[in-house]
Structures are given as C-alpha cells and as structure tokens.
Design a protein around this ligand. Structure first.
Ligand SMILES: Nc1ncnc2c1ncn2[C@@H]1O[C@H](COP(=O)(O)OP(=O)(O)OC[C@H]2O[C@@H]([n+]3cccc(C(=O)O)c3)[C@H](O)[C@@H]2O)[C@@H](O)[C@H]1O
Ligand SMILES: Nc1ncnc2c1ncn2[C@@H]1O[C@H](COP(=O)(O)OP(=O)(O)OP(=O)(O)O)[C@@H](O)[C@H]1O
Ligand SMILES: NC(=O)CC[C@H](N)C(=O)O
Length: 586
C-alpha cells in the first residue's frame, strides 16, 4: 500500500490580505515540506480569507485573487517547494471554456474555488459544488457552483477534493469520490463555530467517509472574521468512520499524518462519476522522496468541555476583531456588574491586561459597590482603571434641558457612551459593548448609551450563560492556582442598571432563567406563541416577552457586531424587518 504523508494546515487568514495570506501558505508549506509531507493543504478560501462577502462581486478583487494564486505557485517553485503539491482555497471566476462544459453558468461569475499548485503551475482548479445559502451564508448571491469531481494522483494515490458544504449536503462529490475509486477524500473547510457543532461535524465526517468508501481528511480553518469564529478541530477518519486523528480547538497547527492508502488503478477513471460531476483527473509527477526518520501516526487532541469551549470561542473572536482591525487596546465602561466584568476578563485573556482600559463612571445613583467591585476587578486582572465622575456633566445637562423619567435616566447612560467614545478617539482604544443576548432580545439597553461600541463580545450569550461563563472562568483560575479574575460580589449581587435609586433588572424584566428559556424557543428555534405556551410557559409571560422582542428590532439593528456562538446570532442568522406589524400576540 502506498503511504502518503499529508499536512493539514489548520491556519488563520485575513480577509483581503492576499499578500499576508500567501506568505502564511509559504511559511506553513516550508515547515510541512521539511517534515517530509507529500501533500500539503490549506482551508477554504485561505488566500482571500473567508467569507469575502460582496468583495466577491468586485472584478478587481477576483482578478487580484487569481493573480495572487499564480504568484504563489511561482514563489513556491522559486523557493524550492514546488515538488510538494499544495491545495489552497481562493476566489476565482468561471472561464468561458468551462461555461461550455457546465452549460448555463455565466462566464466571469465568481467561484468559491481551490487549486492544486505544483512545480510552479496551477495544476488543477475546481469550485465548490454545493453552495450554502442559509444562516450566515449567502453563497447563491455570490458564486456559481463547480460541476467537476477533481482528483489528483499523488504518489500513486487518487485524492478526490471537496470544499466544505460539499460534505454537508447529500449527493455530489461524496458519492462521486466513491464512483471515481478515490483512495482519499480531502475536504477543505471554513466552518463557523457554534455550540455543539463539533459533535455534528464529527458525525457528518464519519458518515461521509463511509459513503465515500475511503479515508476522509477534513481540514478546518482557525481564527475569526468579524462575527464568525473558526474553531479548527480538523478531523481524519477511516473508511469505516473511526477517527484516526483530530487537531486541537482554537489553535493554528499542522496536523501531519502518515496514511496507508489504496493504490490507484493504473488507468484513471474518467467520464461522469455520479450526480453529473465530470471527473477532472490530474496525475502529479512525484519527486523522489528520501526515507524519513520520524513517523507521524496521528493523535487525537483532547476536547474542551462546553464552558471552556464557549469561552475560548469568545476570546478568539474578540482577539481576531481587535488585532485584524489594527488595534492594540480596548476600552470598557466598568460598572462592577457581571456583564462588563466578564467582557473585561475576556479582553484580558484575548489581548493581555496591559492593553485593557476600564472606565468607572459613577453618577448620582451609582452604588458604592459599583466602584469597589470595578476596582477589585482591576486589582485581580491587572487591567488599567480610571474614574471619571458623570455627576457634574449630568447636572450641567439637567440645568440646560428639562428631563424627567426615562429621559433623565438614560442621560447618564448616554454621558457614559460619549465619554467612552471621547477617550477612544483620544487614546486609540476601541470600545467594547457589554450587552448580552437577553438584553439585546428584549431591548434592555440605551441607544447611544450603554450600546455604544465597536464590538460586542457577549452579544450572542444569554444572561444565564454570562453567569455560567463567569463562574467557569473563576473556577478555572482557581484550579490553576491563579487569582480568579471576576469579583465574587459581581457574580452574586442582583443585576442592576443603576439609573435610578434602587433599580433592579427584575423591575422591568422577568427572572433571567425564565426569560432565557422563552427566548431560546422564540429567537433560536423560531417557535410561535402558541407552541411556546404549549411547551409549558405562562401565557401572560410569553405575551410580554414576545412583545418586547418584536419591538426591539430597531435597537438590535444599531448594535455593534459581536461574536457568534449560537446557531442564531442576531444579525445575519436572524433577519427581521424593523417596520413590521405582524405580532404573535394579540
Ligand atoms: N421603531 C423604532 N425605530 C427607530 N427608533 C425607535 C423606534 N421605536 C422607538 N425608537 C426610538 O428609541 C428611543 C427609545 O430607546 P432608548 O432611547 O434606548 O430608551 P428606552 O428603550 O426607552 O430605555 C432604555 C431602557 O434600557 C434599560 N437599561 C438596561 C440596562 C442598562 C441600561 C444603561 O443604559 O446602562 C439601560 C433602561 O432601564 C431602560 O428600560 C425612542 O426615544 C425613539 O426615539
Ligand atoms: N458606574 C458605571 N461606570 C462605568 N460604566 C458603567 C456604569 N454603569 C453602567 N455602566 C456601563 O453600562 C453597561 C450596562 O449596564 P448593565 O447594568 O446592563 O451591565 P452590568 O452592570 O455590567 O451588569 P449587570 O446588568 O449584571 O449589573 C455596563 O456594562 C457598563 O459598561
Ligand atoms: N463554508 C461552508 O461551506 C460552511 C457551510 C457548512 N454547513 C458549515 O457550517 O460548516
């Protein structure tokens, strides 16, 4: 049986940074080649970053991506790496020639593509066959599908290739790989993180390997792009579905693996492999390979439990947003409450406490513990804290305009928002918005007040989840013998916006346990009022919560982007009209 040493590079890339991403491909390829790899692979759209959204519609960007691909092939050859085939995702457009073969595709339409680079040339290109068009994906808007089954023969093994969604939908490249007699199916992916999705992916990959009848290598992207986090977790499974190797979560790494694979038939199969996919077969001349001293049998990296996994996803998303947008530091309004404290802990873990700045902004109604808990948080984490009193500004406003009730309450919040933006402008930190998913759902925040900011690290985490993660982070620190970052009082005291004397969240909202249970059904599962009541929730409560959610759409639209961790983040996953007279409730 021929042996193939594959290098699955579970790497990060940055959207639009063609030069930087090409450098990364070169760097990782060199390392893999030095370790004797026969086939090197990178994630979906590695060269352009993923998702490129409407950049796909800009011909200049498509041309630049194609040029970068050719440049990369030439560079690999120049640097002595040309003999190792490299599979890399990029943005392409359909060619006139292919249009004739794939009847109906418009010439020049963008393609979510990948190429095999070898000996200075682009040896083979292909496009994703199944395009995802749900949730955060809009690939029908951008791409035309590929209609081939790409197969490369490397050291006597036929390797069929696929891109992400090609595995998620039935038919297409998976059965075609079997029909073509492939010895390995290599799928390159950019699969956004969601809670429990690692389990779904594992089951999917096992099932598809059995259907394809060969070893399946699932290479995942790692990193973050705007609201999306890519958690890594590349997997290789045998044809019977058993796991051979699994990479770590939330880390860039090369999964290097020796595989014994069936030798390809002498004459490559040709024609249509199934589902109308034409086999596009290329035999790559393999370089003579020196016997290599080390073996790479494959290992399964340990899995994280849920709270740790979610916490790491939030850290990864926040770090990626800050760093990729060219910032070094963040600014947070610190109230001593649980939301801003958790955001501060995440920020300290993402970019280091020296780069985290907190502003305590007490007003007339702020409690003493709002100051002391913020100070304690700073002491525990080492972040930079300063205090700016809001009261004098508030008094100046109140002497200029007559404000009462909510207008007066919200003024404090807006003064804080203005202060945060002023310090951001002055010192160059980006402001983090501390709103959680429960607050966003029911509109429990002040427009241009506590909702100001560039990024919302916990916007997809319900309040009950905020408590869970805060406790987990403190316990994890204690287990390691470190100081737990979040003051115990911030976790145990009742939540309050502190905008009027003695105000508590429970004055305006149901108990968070109850609220979050209903929100999960309405927001995340799209159930209607009757179904939610039938699930055992009191009618009056359901009506009240649904009304709050429905009337807060305008606020959510103005909320900053933030890390997606659920299957339904507010924004791309859940798009509702603002002007909307449909109500579930009477
Ligand atoms: N459909 C629509 N499309 C566009 N705009 C719409 C709108 N409906 C109202 N509006 C506008 O929205 C305004 C009302 O929204 P907004 O000004 O936010 O004020 P509002 O939602 O009335 O009050 C803020 C709420 O957030 C609570 N809260 C909780 C936690 C923390 C904080 C904090 O600030 O620290 C606040 C606070 O206790 C209060 O209940 C209206 O004055 C109107 O101009
Ligand atoms: N005294 C304050 N100093 C600085 N920032 C404040 C102050 N009061 C409120 N804020 C800002 O407004 C945000 C909204 O307050 P909110 O009460 O919703 O959150 P929290 O105080 O962090 O947590 P909790 O809701 O559990 O009390 C805070 O997270 C914080 O960023
Ligand atoms: N990039 C893709 O095609 C991703 C779609 C796929 N269903 C996933 O979430 O993993």
């Amino acid at each position: 049986m021929p042996q193939l040493r594959i290098a699955l590079n579970q790497t990060d890339s940055c959207v639009g940074d063609l030069a930087g991403n090409a450098d990364a491909v070169l760097r990782w390829t060199r390392q893999a080649a030095e370790r004797g790899a026969h086939l090197v692979a990178f994630p979906e759209m590695m060269l352009t970053g993923y998702p490129v959204e409407d950049l796909a519609l800009r011909p200049s960007f498509v041309s630049a991506s194609r040029a970068a691909l050719r440049g990369l092939a030439a560079r690999l050859e120049r640097e002595g790496l040309g003999d190792v085939p490299v599979v890399v995702g990029y943005l392409d457009r359909s060619e006139a020639e292919e249009v004739r073969e794939n009847a109906g595709q418009p010439a020049g339409a963008p393609r979510n593509a990948a190429a095999v680079l070898h000996r200075g040339e682009v040896a083979l290109t292909f496009a994703k066959h199944h395009l995802p068009n749900y949730g955060v994906f809009d690939e029908f808007r951008y791409f035309v599908p590929g209609e081939t089954l790409p197969v490369v023969r490397v050291r006597g093994v036929d390797v069929a290739l696929a891109i992400c969604e090609d595995l998620w939908q039935d038919g297409g490249r998976v059965p075609a790989a079997r029909a073509a007699g492939a010895g390995l199916l290599l799928a390159i992916n950019a699969s956004p993180y969601e809670v429990n999705k690692d389990d779904t992916r594992l089951e999917l990959v096992r099932k598809r390997a059995q259907e394809a009848g060969c070893v399946l290598a699932y290479l995942a992207m790692m990193g973050g792009q705007d609201e999306l986090v890519f958690d890594g977790d590349s997997i290789v499974v045998d044809r019977d579905g058993s796991v051979i190797a699994r990479a770590g979560q939330f880390a860039e790494e090369c999964l290097l693996l020796d595989l014994d694979l069936p030798a390809a038939e002498e004459r490559p199969r040709s024609g249509v492999a199934g589902d109308g996919l034409r086999i596009d077969h290329v035999t790559l001349g393999a370089a003579p390979v020196e016997p290599y001293p080390v073996e790479y049998p494959g290992a399964v990296a340990p899995r994280m439990e849920d709270p740790e996994e979610i916490y790491q996803a939030l850290v990864t998303g926040l770090r990626a947003y800050v760093v990729k947008n060219g910032f070094r530091s963040v600014l947070i309004g610190l109230s001593g409450g649980i939301d801003s404290s958790l955001v501060a802990a995440l920020a300290c873990d993402a970019i280091g406490p020296a780069n985290v700045h907190g502003l305590s902004m007490p007003s007339h109604y702020s409690s003493e513990h709002s100051r002391s808990d913020a100070a304690e948080l700073a002491r525990r984490t080492g972040l930079n804290l300063r205090t700016v009193e809001v009261a004098p500004m508030f008094d100046a406003y109140m002497s200029a305009v007559e404000l009462t009730g909510l207008a007066e309450e919200n003024l404090q919040s807006r003064l804080r928002g203005t202060l945060l933006m002023a310090v951001s402008n002055q010192e160059g930190h980006i402001v983090l918005a501390p709103g959680n998913k429960s607050e966003l759902a029911v509109g429990y925040s002040t427009l241009y007040g506590d909702s100001v900011g560039a990024y919302g690290p916990i916007k997809d985490l319900y309040k009950t989840g905020v408590y869970r993660l805060a406790r987990w982070r403190n316990e994890a620190a204690a287990r390691r013998g470190e100081t737990p970052p979040i003051p115990e009082n911030s976790i145990s005291k009742p939540p309050s916006a502190e905008l009027r004397p003695g105000q508590l969240d429970t004055d305006s909202l149901p108990d968070y346990d109850e609220l979050d249970r209903v929100l999960e059904l309405y927001v995340d599962r799209d159930l209607g009022r009757e179904e939610i009541i039938a699930a055992g929730h009191p009618e009056a409560l359901v009506t009240r919560i649904l009304r709050m959610v429905d009337t807060a759409e305008y606020k959510r639209r103005q909320y900053p982007p933030g890390t997606k961790i659920s299957p339904k983040v507010f924004g791309k996953d859940r798009r509702l009209p603002i002007t909307n007279r449909w109500r579930e409730h009477a």
